[in-house]
Write a protein that binds this ligand. Structure first.
Ligand code: F3S
Length: 283
């Protein structure tokens, strides 16, 4: 059997970097380690970290109650005032904010500092967007999540606007929103802050699925990006299987097949991908 694993399967650069930072910290830190929110949405990884003494704190109040230890900031980033709390409390900080997200923090801070109104295109409930909001130096910002909201925007005529986006936002939808705002005639500065990792993963998955007899998609059942990958692969290959771990793999389904492709969602650890790959190759 030929087994082809997508190069983009699993963690993106920013998530891999964040997870590695936690494991590095376990090696060298003597005190208690906390992550502010789960480092990734993968139960296996979070459980493994818990077993190694890493606790998850979820709220600002929990953070304020900490007396000592190391706090790791995950790849989504956090609002500026969280850093202020951390430094006031004298806690050690390991900042695993993805550098692409950091760039947005810097941009909104500068743009709002110049007196421009910042439009953040993204999901207002997503931690990354909440973090970005927290780097605007004034309340002079608006979150726009879709074209309907963009159509409803009304600013003063002389308003200068700078537009950024959540890193995982769909590029076509972002373009549509920017066009709607542009037509309103404001002075606009657009900073495209979309990260291509998700799109590249989807593109590669479709390519591999289209030339495979069967396609295996690995990821948590509740992971929306894995579900999307599954749909994309299914369109290209009718024998597409969605599994969470090696235990879900039914090799009988792959009998007599020549070419099998494998991809995985953004929160699937490399270890699980390799296990599945090895099992398929051994068949
Ligand atoms: Fe990942 Fe960073 Fe892009 S966390 S999706 S590489 S913005």
């Amino acid at each position: 059997m030929n087994v082809k694993v997508a190069k983009t399967a699993g963690f993106c650069f920013g998530v891999e970097r964040a997870v590695n930072k936690v494991y590095e910290e376990i090696e060298k830190s003597e005190g208690k380690i906390y992550t502010f929110g789960p480092i990734i949405h993968n139960e296996e990884v979070v459980k493994d970290l818990e077993a190694k003494g890493v606790s998850v704190i979820n709220t600002e109040d929990e953070l304020k109650n900490l007396e000592s230890g190391t706090v790791i900031i995950r790849s989504h980033g956090v609002p500026k005032h969280i850093y202020d709390i951390l430094s006031e409390k004298g806690l050690k900080v390991v900042d695993a904010t993805c550098p692409f997200v950091k760039k947005i923090h810097k941009a909104v801070s500068e743009e709002s500092g110049k007196g421009r109104h910042v439009v953040i295109v993204g999901d207002p409930t997503h931690p990354e967007v909440l973090g970005i909001m927290g780097w605007c130096v004034t309340d002079n910002f608006t979150i726009v999540k879709n074209a309907v909201e963009a159509n409803e925007l009304i600013f003063e005529n002389n308003m200068k606007i700078s537009i950024v986006s959540q890193t995982t936002f769909n590029y076509h939808k972002f373009k549509e929103i920017v066009e709607i705002i542009t037509k309103k005639g404001y002075d606009i500065f657009v900073i495209n802050t979309i990260c291509s990792a998700t799109e590249e993963r989807q593109k590669e998955a479709a390519e591999i699925a289209s030339s495979s007899d069967a396609m295996i998609v690995i990821g948590g059942k509740s992971s929306s990006n894995t579900q999307k990958l599954y749909e994309i692969c299914l369109k290209e290959c009718a024998n597409t299987y969605y599994i969470q771990t090696l235990d879900d793999l039914d090799l009988r389904q792959l009998e007599l097949l020549q070419n099998v492709g494998i991809t995985a969602g953004a929160s699937t650890p490399k270890k699980i991908i390799e296990e599945v790959q090895k099992r398929c190759q051994k068949r």
